[in-house]
Design a protein around this ligand. Structure first.
Ligand code: PBG
Ligand code: ZN
Length: 330
């Protein structure tokens, strides 16, 4: 009788022994949104369970997450005033710099990854300075202010800088700027393969960063292109990136696997806002077993080859790990 496959599936302990992919709390990065004021917890309508947090509330959230086992957050800022060049992002008293200092003094061991981009800070919602003649983002002018923004984050105490704007040459320019400013040990996590995706919709509600004209297709990648996706990540590795990323996650696990086979750098996936919201809604409507599908999604990222998962579900995933899911439930 042929028993080759079922023999090792018959009880939970044996299944656990032969489980190939595992997830631990150290794999998680938790995105958080900082906003001005105090005592503010604005729930984002399209992202139930995710909040814009004033700095006092942000610190509380970060402390709780850290106590549950989360090692890192991805920090976004929502400034009080947006303008054509995103001035808030260039000021040491801007929302992100202020938030970094508060977090570092309250929870020094929690790693702060900072999203480095201009779409949250500009009144037009694009990821850099607009070239008035061509009506699109000016690559090299944006690189100059990205370098300034990175130094603001570094001086405030960021642990890793994560440029998400998809300008060509970003990593080389940032590495040189940070080295020159006395931060040669500060790592860069490149949003190296970032697709122009409809899944970012809820995030743009959270950050108020939807472009007021046009779209991001002249800087983010086409969802149809795999070779280009790998090429762009490998270019960022060559320019000195310390981590690579594939974003969004669910639709792009083939890219994660292809990249895994071509780089030795750690790879993050960004399980983005639209992916979060779809699962939340399906769970709320009891269309699926939420905890089970969430676990399956997370282990799928690991199986595809991701080392790190940036996810709004991070605190929920910690609770599932504590309950014994993800290590040996499958
Ligand atoms: C900023 C940025 C975006 C996200 C992360 N950094 C939005 C965008 O590119 O429009 C998306 C995150 C999410 O959807 O959860 N460039
Ligand atoms: Zn942007």
């Amino acid at each position: 009788m042929f028993r080759r496959f079922r023999r090792l599936r018959l009880n939970r302990s044996m299944r656990s022994m032969v489980q190939e992919s595992r997830l631990s709390k150290s794999d998680l990065i938790y995105p958080l949104f900082a906003i001005g004021g105090s005592g503010v917890r604005n729930e984002i309508a399209s992202m139930p369970g995710v909040f814009q947090l004033s700095i006092d509330e942000l610190v509380k959230e970060a402390q709780e997450a850290h106590a549950e086992g989360i090692k890192g957050i991805m920090l976004f800022g929502i400034p009080a005033i947006k303008d054509s060049v995103g001035s808030d992002a260039l000021s040491e008293n801007g929302i992100v710099a202020t938030a970094i200092r508060a977090l570092k003094s309250a929870v020094p061991e929690l790693l702060i990854f900072t999203d480095l981009c201009f779409c949250e800070y500009t009144d037009h919602g694009h990821c850099g300075i607009i070239d008035p003649v061509r009506g699109t983002v000016d690559n090299d002018a944006t690189l100059e202010i990205l370098a300034k923004q990175a130094i603001i984050h570094a001086q405030a105490g960021a642990d890793c800088i994560a440029p998400s704007g998809m300008m060509d040459g970003t990593i080389a320019v940032l590495r040189e700027a940070l080295d020159g400013a006395g931060f040669p040990n500060l790592p860069l996590m490149s949003y190296s393969t970032k697709f122009a995706s409809g899944y970012y919709g809820p995030f743009r509600d959270a950050a108020g960063s939807a472009p007021s004209f046009g779209d991001r297709r002249s800087y983010q990648m086409s969802p149809a292109n795999a070779r280009e996706a790998i090429g762009e990540s490998l270019e960022d590795e060559a320019q000195g990136a310390d981590f690579l990323m594939v974003k969004p996650a669910l639709n792009y696990l083939d890219i994660v696997r292809l990249l895994r086979d071509q780089t030795n750098l750690p790879i993050a996936v960004y399980n983005v806002s639209g992916e979060y919201s779809m699962l939340k809604m399906a769970g709320k409507m009891e269309l699926i077993d939420y905890d089970r599908v969430l676990s399956e999604m997370m282990i799928g990222f690991k199986r595809a080859g991701a080392d790190l998962i940036i996810t709004y579900h991070a605190r929920e995933v910690c609770k599932l790990i504590d309950k014994g899911y993800l290590c040996d439930i499958f």
